[in-house]
Design a protein. Structure first.
Length: 326
């Protein structure tokens, strides 16, 4: 069995979760970690038994035998760090939101094509077994024609104007951090919207504290989506169809199962085991793509990520949110 050598660029909270998830895979190992702080990289490497600890992101380009790089820096840095790796010939799994805006995402996609190097957005939700099952059931017409989707994601964050959630320079706000999940799930089930309307409440730094979105689709379906970093919400996704409803169980962005309720029938619950955090699902998929010599994922193509980025741009335009340097 081939063992895939991974690197992590950026060693914050989510990087630890990804490292723990990689440890669940017998054919994957964390081969290198990179931070702007060498001590931080060395501490991380010691915790996870990583042979290469680097105090410069550029150092990854000199590490031998790397198969893929997971980019876990703030949204504002995804574009630059993805280009660094792609131009160095390193396949990239870049954390969502893919970039700050569609222009950056388009350049990332263009460079990946020019370099003929694999690139995928790290939208882990797409690869959960429960999501695959939900798509299968909806496409089979189990709940009839979908007429409405609701999805929310919210948690109460401590206000820190310099922290990544509230700092405009780091592309902060609820929308790019967690509002992207409701947008993603609506796009996955309903496709491209024909109309998008959005309103938001700004934080003192100018980024969005709350963001509410209403979308319409050519099929006749609609969606209501919400994100906030000011309050805890149910983190649910429910699809309402002409012959029943389907709910992703648990937190919908990392679901543990599917519940189907049809009129006059008992609810059917389909549970799935969820080892660890669930980041290993996307890592497995990347490894499958690399084994097959693919330049992008058939399940999460780059066109999907670009269109999602364009939706985020449209929402930001409507709520008046611009980031420094745009």
């Amino acid at each position: 069995m081939r063992t895939f050598n991974w690197a992590i660029l950026g060693l914050g909270h989510i990087a630890h979760k990804f490292a723990e998830s990689l440890a669940l895979l017998p054919d994957a190992r964390l081969h290198a970690v990179a931070s702007r702080d060498l001590t931080k990289a060395q501490t991380f490497a010691a915790e996870f038994g990583v042979p290469h600890a680097l105090g410069r992101y550029e150092g990854l380009l000199t590490v031998p035998d790397l198969d893929a790089v997971y980019i876990a820096t703030p949204h504002s840095e995804h574009h630059a760090h993805t280009l660094l790796c792609l131009r160095g010939g390193l396949p990239v799994l870049c954390e969502k939101a893919f970039a700050r805006n569609a222009r950056e995402a388009q350049e990332m996609i263009q460079v990946a094509g020019e370099q003929r190097v694999f690139l995928m957005e790290a939208f882990w939700t797409r690869f959960f077994p429960a999501v695959a099952k939900a798509l299968e059931l909806v496409e089979a017409g189990v709940i009839g024609e979908v007429k409405h989707l609701v999805a929310d994601f919210g948690f109460a964050a401590t206000y820190n104007p310099e922290g990544r959630l509230f700092n405009p320079a780091l592309a902060g706000g609820s929308l790019l951090d967690i509002g992207v999940y409701p947008l993603f799930i609506s796009k996955l089930f309903l496709g491209e919207p024909t109309a998008v309307r959005a309103v938001a409440t700004p934080a003192p730094t100018g980024v969005d504290l709350n963001c509410a979105m209403a979308l319409a689709y050519a099929s006749g379906a609609t969606a209501t989506l919400f994100s906030t970093v000011a309050a805890s919400t149910d983190n649910q996704c429910i699809l309402y169809g002409t012959q029943g409803q389907l709910q992703l169980l648990g937190r919908f962005h990392a679901p543990s199962g599917v519940r189907v309720q049809r009129p006059g029938e008992e609810a059917e619950v389909i549970p799935f085991d969820k080892p660890g955090y669930g980041y290993h699902y996307e890592a497995v998929h990347v490894q499958q793509c690399l084994t097959q010599g693919l330049a992008e994922s058939p399940l999460l193509p780059l066109s999907f990520s670009l269109e999602l980025m364009q939706q985020l741009d449209e929402v930001r335009q409507q709520i008046g949110l611009r980031y420094p340097g745009e």
